[in-house]
Design a protein around this ligand. Structure first.
Ligand SMILES: *[C@@H]1O[C@H](CO)[C@@H](O)[C@H](O)[C@H]1NC(C)=O
Length: 176
């Protein structure tokens, strides 16, 4: 199962098994995750993403931001490769165009925005890093918008990348 799918499943299960899901993680250890995620518009996605990485337990806010940017990169790259596979098999001309544009948008995220965000974050330039995360969200939006009124075959992955970009941008906003 892909990371994105795991995250989505985690989100769906979270409400029903909120006690057992993180039973091994003490309240004190997750408090910073929860407090930090309250500053975002996607609280559940934020908590689930951070809890999927054991490094989050001992991380400060900057380290949480780094973990999120890395998760974003992994998700975006996975989506890019998935769209690449779809692109190879498509015959419908409109879909061919849509997928082609999505590949360009995702290449911008994976090859430009995220590497720049990581560099900026590591050197403490949080505003640049935040702008890159916002740009990543806009690229995911541009991909999605093309499919207006039609089935978007990787919409869940695209929405996860969009949401993670905005979560990351909000947390970078706390730092900067
Ligand atoms: C993206 O995924 C591919 C295939 O799994 C991998 O070879 C490549 O190194 C990844 N690129 C980045 C930037 O993570």
């Amino acid at each position: 199962m892909s990371l994105v799918a795991l995250l989505l499943v985690h989100l769906l299960l979270q409400s029903s098994i909120s006690c057992s899901a993180s039973a091994s993680v003490s309240k004190i250890e997750t408090r910073l995750i929860q407090e930090t995620c309250k500053h975002t518009d996607y609280y559940n996605l934020c908590v689930a993403s951070l809890e999927s990485d054991p490094r989050s337990l001992n991380a400060d806010v900057k380290e949480l931001a780094i973990i999120l940017v890395e998760l974003l990169q992994a998700n975006a790259n996975e989506t890019l490769w998935h769209v690449g596979d779809l692109f190879k098999k498509v015959s419908d001309p409109a879909l061919y165009r849509f997928y082609g544009t999505c590949i360009e948008e995702y290449r911008a995220i994976v090859e430009r925005q995220i590497p720049e965000a990581i560099d900026a974050l590591q050197s403490g330039d949080y505003m640049v890093s935040k702008k890159d995360a916002e740009a990543a969200a806009a690229h995911a939006d541009s991909c999605e918008e093309q499919f207006a009124g039609e089935t978007q075959p990787f919409s869940d992955q695209n929405k996860a990348v969009h949401g993670l970009s905005l979560v990351t941008s909000s947390i970078l906003g706390i730092l900067g």
